[in-house]
Ligand binder design. Structure first.
Ligand SMILES: *Cc1c(COP(=O)(O)O)cnc(C)c1O
Length: 390
């Protein structure tokens, strides 16, 4: 039986997979079961920050796996403590809670905000204001945070206490803050799953100002935008704001599951013993891998990410069959004249892997993708978009 039919028979049908069986890779080149090679512009949805089988990352995780692969959170381990220190030093945050995914990082952020606001202002201050068209995860609470009705279908009742405002609508945000007794405002600076849409700077700054004035924790979801993806260490750093809580995951681990919730001075003491926990959270192997990734995201490296981003934007903007290009850094959305799914399928044929987000083709290449491979892949996308018929 082929792996594809085996998967179809025994794996829950939650994914619309492409008909490609991947077996190995190196850097940004993936190889399928037939030996066909692909240039990867997906990085496992923004996860393999330094590509496949990156040597420093493999070295970090294998060395740790041979020493101590897991210990539970009843004891102290070095990789977890060092990663937390590194994240705090780079962001000015004061405490980190580790978990295993983006949804869990957001769950923790929401718990911190609710406890902070309940203690400070009263238990009725529980509502988390999020944005229409946002994406925050698949658990019942992070689905509630996700401002897209179609994700909510079939799973009611979701966790109560969420309210949605239109992205970039400052008046609507002010009105919501005045009516719901908020526990937090939470958003992605670039809506990823929503179509790679950066928010306006004015809106981001107005939200921060409201939060500061009214002592409302500001949560920035950096699950997709974080860890160098947008050309800064975290996307909020483009806008000159200081969030109270930052959640991240995806690219943090470079390919092993790890999520983190960063807490500023204001909320650093909210969680006490027993308030939250995770069996795997801060796992030594995942943390050692994450530290190896994070330590390499210095200013010179991030400038390279930005340079590659500039190249992609200028290569694609105005090209035949391409209507618009949006995004920040190496998080790029392309509105194509043809349906995005058709473009992605044609690219697979030609040996390039890309993603979609809503009606767009979405690119999230490894941050260190070699310029030559990036150029070849972008030329392929341009050729596919230009073709009269598919
Ligand atoms: C992917 C994503 C999540 C969910 O992360 P998981 O690791 O799949 O739970 C949450 N927020 C944003 C912005 C994301 O892109």
């Amino acid at each position: 039986m082929s792996i594809i039919s085996l998967d179809k028979e025994f794996v829950a049908g939650t994914y619309g997979r492409f008909p490609v069986e991947l077996v190995s890779g190196k850097g940004c080149i993936l190889t399928d079961v037939n030996g066909k090679e692909y240039i990867d512009l997906t990085s496992g949805i923004g996860v393999t920050s330094f590509g496949i089988a990156d040597e420093a990352w493999v070295q970090a995780i294998t060395a740790q796996a041979m020493k101590l692969q897991h210990s539970s959170n009843l004891y102290y381990t070095e990789p977890c403590a060092k990663l937390a220190q590194f994240l705090c030093q780079k962001t000015g945050m004061k405490k980190v809670f580790f978990c295993n995914s983006g949804a869990e990082a957001n769950e923790c952020a929401i718990k911190v905000a609710r406890k902070y606001s309940a203690e400070k202002k009263g238990a009725e201050h529980y509502t988390i204001i999020t944005l229409v068209n946002s994406f925050h995860g698949r658990t019942l609470t992070t689905l509630a945070a996700t401002g897209q009705d179609h994700f909510h279908q079939y799973f009611q009742p979701l966790t109560p206490g969420f309210a949605y405002v239109q992205a970039n609508n400052i008046a609507m945000l002010e009105e919501m803050v005045a009516t719901v007794k908020p526990a937090a405002i939470m958003f992605e600076c670039v809506q990823g799953e929503g179509g790679v849409l950066p928010l306006n700077k004015e809106f981001i700054c107005a939200a921060e100002k409201l939060c500061k004035e009214q002592d409302i924790p500001l949560i920035i979801d950096e699950v997709q935008t974080g860890n160098g993806r947008t050309g800064k260490l975290y996307s909020y750093m483009h806008f000159g704001i200081t969030p109270d809580i930052v959640s991240t995951a995806k690219g943090l681990g470079g390919g092993l599951p790890i999520g983190a919730t960063l807490m500023s001075e204001k909320v650093q003491s909210v969680l006490g013993p027993g308030d939250h926990g995770s069996t795997y959270g801060g796992n030594p192997v995942c943390s050692a891998g994450a530290l190896s990734i994070m330590q390499r995201l210095d200013d010179a490296f991030l400038a390279e990410v930005q340079r590659k981003s500039d190249y992609v934007f200028s290569a694609l903007q105005g090209a035949p069959g391409i209507e618009s290009v949006t995004g920040l850094g190496l998080m790029i959305g392309i509105q194509t004249a043809k349906p995005a799914k058709d473009v992605v399928n044609a690219c697979i044929e030609k040996g390039v892997l890309a993603l979609t987000a809503k009606t767009k083709v979405r690119l999230l290449p490894a941050l260190n993708i070699p310029m030559e491979q990036l150029e070849t892949a972008i030329e392929t996308i341009k050729a596919v978009c230009k073709e009269e018929t598919l």
